[in-house]
Design a protein around this ligand. Structure first.
Ligand code: NAD
Ligand code: IPM
Ligand code: MN
Length: 379
């Protein structure tokens, strides 16, 4: 019987609340599908940082890297200024384990209201494929007074390491800031190739690539040319570049027209929240950060401090992230059963048993219990 060691970082805010429900669902699936789970929980997040002064202890990456997969709740806390937790924990994990493929599916669900009008019978089924290691997420930047603003910025990714040397001079002198975005051809080609394959597996005729080469031709003109290069190996799927501002306009008007949407890192972050908002909310938006080593599964949403501790968090995004994890582990039947169980729960529940986010009255643990009942065929 396969046994999977799963590293778990519940994190901050609603992170621990939703992860608890995701683990309930995983534990209910394991005996039914003939595998066991060996979860190892790590206390990293705001509390750990405030107590110890460090985001991650020495050796944390090695410990985490020994697991078969990582389940993360969310990080971010009002007591910690934006930056260290997101950079040194969440983004550091994505980069350290070279999790270059970020999958962010959004679909319509029973009883999850869509905030825009859809044609009769139409459904949303969008897969945002986000490049997850480059673009403006290189964390290369600085601020200060120019002239004299100088920076030597080393960086490292799975595919390469390098250094950027920047000088910013301004006349008249003033305070200024800059951020450097980088795209490379191997990183763009590998994610584009995966996006074409995924589009083909889903029977899509078109792959959309969200770009902004009109305003940022150096960076996104390069993206367009490189994605077009990748397209040559996939003649069955047509590549359509769409300006990301136009995509943000079109998506709420006709979300049913979009299937697989390939995005550079920053646009992928934004478009995936938009797609989530169109199809049931962030509480239903799952994601997988996939690489050749340790892959990480997490809801698209953050720690939602505005509702933490109120019971109003919807755990379905974390639960569905476990589904993406099971697919990644090769447990496809368990993953399909989990998606079906969420569907059954949403379909059969009276309003009062739906998550608050879906205008229901079921607190987070109750939602988890009902999904477990659906998994066990008791709903
Ligand atoms: P957020 O995703 O935490 O919340 C946005 C809005 O959606 C809030 O109104 C929140 O209440 C609601 N929401 C989110 N998840 C929900 C759920 N499961 N059920 C019901 N409602 C839900 O985004 P934010 O407010 O911009 O960020 C809060 C903190 O989280 C920040 O510190 C941010 O940096 C961090 N963050 C972390 C991650 C991550 O760890 N992966 C992702 C995004 C944001
Ligand atoms: C996400 C988040 C992160 C991102 C933040 C917290 C750094 O918004 O996972 O969508 O921008 O990737
Ligand atoms: Mn985001």
């Amino acid at each position: 019987m396969p046994s999977y060691e799963i590293a778990v970082i519940p994190g901050d805010g609603i992170g621990p609340e939703v992860v608890c429900e995701a683990l309930k669902a995983l534990n209910a699936l394991a005996p039914r599908f003939g595998f066991t789970i060996d979860p190892r929980s790590y206390p990293f997040g705001a509390e750990y940082y405030l107590k110890t002064g460090e985001v991650l202890p020495k050796g944390a990456f090695d410990d985490l890297g020994a697991a078969r997969a990582l389940l993360l709740g969310a990080v971010g806390d009002p007591r910690v200024p934006p930056g260290p937790l997101e950079q040194e924990l969440l983004l550091a994990l994505r980069f350290r384990f070279d999790q270059y493929l970020n999958l962010r599916p959004s679909r319509t669900w029973p009883n999850a209201p869509v905030p825009v009008a859809l044609p009769e019978g139409a459904e949303i089924d969008i897969l945002v494929v986000r490049e997850n290691t480059e673009d403006f997420y290189m964390n290369l930047g600085g601020s200060g007074r120019a002239p004299g603003l100088r920076a030597e910025l080393p960086f490292e990714r799975g595919l390469y390491k390098g250094e950027a040397r920047i000088e910013v001079d301004l006349d008249p002198p003033t305070e200024a800031a800059f951020t450097l975005g980088i795209l490379t051809s191997p990183a763009t080609l590998r994610v584009a190739d995966r996006a074409f394959r995924l589009a083909s597996e889903r029977g899509e005729r078109v792959l959309y690539s969200a770009t902004k080469s009109n305003a940022l031709p150096h960076l996104y003109g390069f993206w367009d040319r490189t994605v077009a290069e990748a397209a040559k190996a996939h003649p069955g799927v047509r590549l359509r570049n769409i300006n990301v501002d136009n995509l943000a306009y079109q998506l709420p008007r006709s979300p049913q027209l979009y299937g697989v949407v390939l995005c550079p890192n920053l646009f992928g972050d934004i478009i995936s929240d938009l797609a989530a908002g169109l199809s049931g909310g962030l509480g239903l938006a799952a994601s997988g950060n996939i690489g050749d080593g340790l892959s990480m599964f997490e809801p698209v949403h953050g720690s939602a401090p505005d509702i933490a501790g109120t019971g109003k968090a919807n755990p379905l995004a974390a639960i569905l992230s476990v589904g993406l994890m099971l697919t990644h582990l090769g447990e496809k039947d368990a993953a399909a059963a989990l998606e079906k169980a969420v569907e059954t729960y949403l379909e059969k529940s009276p309003r009062v048993s739906l998550p608050y986010e879906l205008e229901g009255g079921a607190p987070c643990p109750k939602v988890g219990d009902l999904v477990v009942q659906a998994i066990e065929g008791r709903l």
